[in-house]
Design a protein around this ligand. Structure first.
Ligand code: SF4
Length: 106
């Protein structure tokens, strides 16, 4: 058996872009049930996250650390990525939590 495909030599290592470290990655509340409670979602304010049919795609907040791009012309880094991502990993909820708004004044 001959080997026809050979691995291309790597010329450079591209760094993955983490959307969580981008100014366009926005945290938004999304109502659930009777609209008195909400869950947290993230959206790309630059409109880069799309469903197959073109609608905007939102992701669950607790998965934000997994959102990454090979490249993005709208990426706006917010600072020290490594430190930010470590803090985020420590503080992210582990699942999709439901929140209630703070009690309103009577
Ligand atoms: S602009 Fe690009 S890097 Fe920033 S959140 Fe949107 S897709 Fe991610």
């Amino acid at each position: 058996m001959s080997r026809t495909a050979q691995a291309e030599p790597r010329t450079e290592t591209k760094r993955k872009i983490y959307c969580a470290n981008c100014k366009n990655c926005k945290l938004v509340p999304s109502p659930v049930g009777d609209d008195t409670r909400y869950v947290l979602r993230v959206r790309c304010a630059a409109g880069k996250w799309k469903k197959r049919l073109g609608d905007e795609k939102l992701y669950k907040y607790f998965t934000v650390i997994r959102r990454s791009m090979e490249e993005c012309d709208a990426y706006e880094p917010m600072g020290d990525e490594e430190e930010f991502l470590q803090d985020l990993k420590r503080n992210l909820p582990i699942n999709d939590e439901v929140y209630e708004p703070a009690d309103s004044p009577s």
